[in-house]
Design a protein around this ligand. Structure first.
Ligand code: NAD
Length: 333
């Protein structure tokens, strides 16, 4: 980890699709974080003095990879491994990568461990089974000097953390119900998100969704008028709240509607936490996100808030695996 400058945190972003590009825009005005490194499937770029978001986005969209950015861009089919080796000043990475297959994020974490890199990693992965793979690596991450913050997007992430706070009013938690509404104008801006969501539909799974061609995804969306209606999803909010001691995982449910043809949210994203107070009253706290906030804002904001929190843990010598329900995010100025 770069300890030469305690003021500015040097940040890398792995994956430069919908969320990766939004991350670059979120970071641009920040004084406490400097975006210096990024990788996509075909290349990477590293500039210790800071990257220009517009130039990177235009290289990715027009030439197909940020490996085309000058100076510092390199085309490579093993972009993550090569970037980790060269980008010595990076304090922490946001992993805005598809988790396809469902073991991919854990494999990326293994790559970091294998190179001897020390620092902070933040993901926004969604499935319970994916977070469980990382939980199983807790001791390895700790021994490697990596502070890994898992499930730090919107859900899991912001809404899970809100549930952990809301729970404090109660003596017993009866249910945590997360309902999300996502509106995106065009599914191709968030291919991995949409494919992973399709994997939650009744007749699908991760492998089936991963194997679908773009034409097959489009055909499915044509049949549903662009809508994906999801219920009882396998979402890591459950294991995260269980681990944080809030309630057993079977009391946590997640579902929602994704509209892939309209930037307007089909419903207001919210989390409802029902419990019993010490006086015996049953009540529900509801935390609702503003409809104007996009999925990208609600994922990337928390991700960097948790990255900052992770850096402060790392600087105190605290390594291992933490979730969004366990640690407060810090606001990045
Ligand atoms: P995307 O498909 O738009 O982009 C993925 C990017 O990863 C691309 O730039 C691609 O080139 C890159 N990539 C793929 N394989 C790679 C490899 N082997 N090495 C380097 N780069 C590689 O993805 P997206 O829609 O932005 O979603 C990213 C992730 O965020 C998904 O897993 C999604 O489920 C998750 N997500 C989480 C939340 C949440 O609230 N927790 C919300 C939305 C999305």
């Amino acid at each position: 980890m770069n300890t030469s400058n305690n003021q500015t945190i040097s940040v890398g972003v792995l994956g430069f699709g919908g969320l990766g590009q939004a991350a670059a825009r979120v970071l641009a005005p920040k004084g406490e974080m400097r975006w210096v490194a990024a990788a996509d499937k075909k290349g990477y770029v590293y500039q210790p003095e800071g990257l220009n978001g517009d130039r990177c986005i235009s290289a990715y969209q027009q030439q197909g990879s940020i490996g085309h950015v000058e100076p510092g861009g390199v085309l490579s089919s093993s972009s993550i491994e090569e970037l980790i080796e060269v980008a010595h000043t990076v304090d922490g990475y946001f992993l805005a990568l598809p988790n396809l297959p469902n073991t991919f994020m854990a494999e990326v974490a293994q790559k970091f461990i294998a190179t001897g890199w020390r620092g902070v990693l933040v993901d926004a992965i969604k499935r319970t089974s994916a977070v469980e793979q990382l939980l199983a690596m807790k001791d390895e991450l700790q021994a490697a000097g990596i502070t890994y913050m898992s499930g730090c997007g919107a859900t899991p992430g912001l809404l899970t953390a809100a549930a952990a706070i809301a729970a404090q009013s109660y003596a017993e938690i009866h249910s945590v119900k997360i309902t999300f509404g996502v509106g995106i104008a065009n599914w191709e801006a968030y291919r991995a998100t949409i494919r992973e969501d399709i994997g939650h539909l009744p007749e699908y799974d991760v492998e089936k969704a991963k194997a679908m061609t773009d034409a097959e995804v489009e055909a499915l969306l044509d049949r549903t008028n662009g809508l994906l209606e999801l219920e009882n999803m396998e979402h890591a909010d459950d294991v995260m709240l269980e681990l944080a001691g809030i309630c057993p995982r079977d009391r946590v449910t997640v579902g929602g509607i994704v509209d892939t043809r309209n930037a307007k949210k089909p419903l207001s994203t919210n989390v409802r936490v029902t419990g019993r107070t010490f006086e015996g009253k049953i009540s529900t706290h509801t935390f609702t996100l503003g409809d104007e906030t996009s999925m990208a804002a609600n994922v990337c904001g928390p991700a960097f808030g948790y990255l900052k929190a992770g850096v402060s843990l790392h600087r105190r010598g605290i390594y291992g695996l933490f979730t969004a329900a366990e640690v407060m995010p810090q606001f990045v100025k």
